[in-house]
Design a protein around this ligand. Structure first.
Ligand code: PPE
Length: 306
């Protein structure tokens, strides 16, 4: 991580090293907090723009609502804070933006109503999430032994801090076994999503991605579906079984951090011819054009910061 100069904390800019919390902060002990992951890109005219700032900020507030956290800041205030954070840190080459709404120090015990709510937003430069080589050649994926937390015992639609224990266990297992990323099934055995991304396969030229029954309502997945339809591809949202992933012609991940990352292997089965698939490459290029302001139709999704 490349440190930036300032972090926005509870309405003020503080030095990166001064953005501290108490060890008895409620979220640290009981895991109720919500985050976002948003990206700013350098665009074709040299200016920097945040991609889908509104959607990410709305999802942050929706996540908070689902997990019974009252945000002390409005959508507008949080959007402005993110814009100013990029400006103040001069992150004009682009950055990853991480807002977090969490419960601070002041109450112990599970009942959290009296715990104060705090908000922090950090931003830093972050390279290819699964590596530059993975972006070009594709990554290797393991289907995790643990399933994604079912809807009956979690809140999968919230980008809740608590959900990442499940993701972390799966990711660790995959990486320790020599893979790059983990794919989690739902409690019925169908593919849910990756530890921090959504999943697509291509079969006979058709794009297939699971509905968001047991996954985050992914903003990048929605963008890639729109782009694919613009390009004339058929997109089907249906459940995918484990064995179907093995015989896909192509497979890839989508997410703010992974962007569009090709998959070349799942559980020792080579996907397609073991490299970035043709359609995957088309969508990857198209996605980078969109975030770089090269596609007129999606300029509405860019918030320029300079
Ligand atoms: N599912 C999960 C579990 C998830 O964490 C992400 C994003 C997605 C799907 C894709 O959602 P979206 O970004 O809206 O397309 N994961 C974030 C965190 C990654 C991290 O390691 O931290 C991200 O991509 O920012």
């Amino acid at each position: 991580m490349i440190e930036a100069k300032y972090i926005w904390m509870d309405g003020q800019f503080v030095d990166w090293d001064a953005a501290k919390i108490h060890v008895l902060s409620h979220t640290l002990h009981y895991g109720n907090g919500v985050i976002e992951g948003t990206k700013a890109y350098k665009t074709q005219d040299g200016r920097c723009a945040i991609f889908k700032l509104k959607e990410h900020t709305k999802r942050l507030l929706n996540s908070a609502k689902m997990t019974l956290i009252n945000s002390p800041f409005t959508q507008e205030e949080l959007e402005l804070a993110q814009i100013e954070l990029i400006q103040k840190n001069k992150l004009i080459n682009g950055a990853y933006i991480r807002p977090i709404i969490f419960l601070g120090y002041g109450a112990m015990g599970l009942y959290h109503k009296e715990a104060p709510t705090q908000v922090a937003i950090a931003a830093w430069e972050w390279g290819a999430y699964l590596g530059d080589e993975g972006m070009k050649k594709g990554v290797r994926v393991k289907i995790a032994s643990m399933t994604r937390t079912p809807n009956t015992s979690g809140m999968g639609k919230a980008k809740a801090v608590a959900n990442y224990l499940n993701s972390q266990m799966a990711k660790f297992e995959a990486v320790e076994a020599g893979y790059d990323e983990a794919l989690l099934r739902d409690d019925q055995g169908y593919i849910a999503e990756a530890s921090g991304a959504c999943f697509f396969i291509v079969r006979d030229g058709v794009l297939i991605t699971p509905p968001n029954d047991t996954s985050l309502e992914s903003i990048t997945q929605a963008t890639v579906i729109d782009i694919a339809k613009d390009l004339g591809y058929e997109v089907v949202r249906r459940r995918i079984t484990r064995e179907e992933t093995y015989i896909a012609d192509e497979a890839f991940f989508t997410g703010t951090a992974v962007e569009v990352t090709p998959i070349r292997e799942i559980d020792s089965r080579t996907i397609g011819d073991g490299q970035r698939g043709e359609i995957t490459k088309v969508l990857q290029d198209a996605y980078f054009d969109v975030v770089a302001g090269k596609n007129e139709k999606y300029l509405k999704d860019l918030t320029y910061i300079n």
